[in-house]
Design a protein around this ligand. Structure first.
Ligand SMILES: [Zn+2]
Length: 167
């Protein structure tokens, strides 16, 4: 035979005690005041702590820990810099270093980058054309970036016509 105290306890929980304690658990513990906003370098979502940003990058972006910042903007793969390149840097998250290859027209340069490295000095001043940057992080996936400076890329009309006709 159950102790009467068990029933009282059950009823008390049904009357709200348990709900109250759940509610308390869901209530935010500390109100962030005023939160410094951090932006995910990959998707630019806003976060309020290093930890949550770190967790987001790991969960959502996985291996996307290499990116290129051109004129202050993060670029994913391809970008057009109509007014040329003012600033360019490679940024590594979660990789100690990476091999970076820069192809600026005929000029080629290979270097080792750590965390955030400016590539400015390796891009000829006033460079026009296609800039290709390959980043091979240590133990990570190779990423390739193209930045078209000043001029738009060559429009490959023949190639497009060919694909339209054969498909
Ligand atoms: Zn993100």
């Amino acid at each position: 035979m159950a102790d009467w105290k068990d029933f009282v306890e059950d009823n008390r929980e049904r009357d709200g005690q348990l709900l109250d304690s759940l509610e308390a658990r869901h209530r935010p513990q500390v109100e962030p005041s005023p939160p410094p906003v951090l932006h995910c370098p990959v998707c630019l979502n806003a976060f309020y702590s290093d930890d949550s940003l770190e967790a987001h990058i790991t969960q959502v972006h996985g291996p996307q820990h290499v990116y290129l910042r051109v004129n202050g903007s993060i670029i994913r793969e391809v970008a057009w810099a109509e007014r040329g390149i003012q600033t360019i840097s490679v940024v590594l998250l979660g990789h100690p270093q990476a091999k970076v290859q820069i192809h600026a027209g005929a000029a080629r340069k290979t270097l080792t980058a750590e965390s955030e490295a400016s590539l400015q000095q390796h891009v000829p001043k006033g460079f026009e054309g296609e800039l290709h940057i390959d980043v091979e992080p240590e133990g990570g996936r190779r990423r390739a970036f193209s930045v078209y400076c000043h001029s738009l890329p060559e429009f490959r009309q023949d190639d497009i016509d060919c694909r339209v006709q054969t498909s």
